[in-house]
Write a protein that binds this ligand. Structure first.
Ligand SMILES: [Zn+2]
Length: 84
């Protein structure tokens, strides 16, 4: 599946393809997290959270750090907007 994260401060968005496990939890690798942050926000900016996202998203979700290297799990992702 593909998800879109947005940053309403910079007016940016990024599409990611997380690994989905058998429990429906999405996993982002450290590399994907770095890519998202670079696409959504800028170096040294503090407008956003761990993934660079800010403001309304296509789903509410719970974000948990997965690995010390910077991987994240996204729990309770329930898309509220039509995929486009
Ligand atoms: Zn920013």
């Amino acid at each position: 599946m593909t998800i879109t994260l947005r940053n309403d401060f910079h007016g940016t968005q990024v599409r990611l393809r997380p690994r989905v496990d058998s429990r429906g939890i999405l996993h982002l690798s450290p590399r994907q997290v770095t890519r998202a942050k670079r696409a959504l926000c800028v170096e040294g900016c503090t407008c956003s959270g761990a993934l660079g996202n800010r403001g309304p998203q296509e789903s509410t979700f719970v974000l948990r750090q997965e690995t010390p290297e910077g991987g994240f799990m996204i729990e309770e992702w329930h898309r509220t907007e039509k995929e486009g």
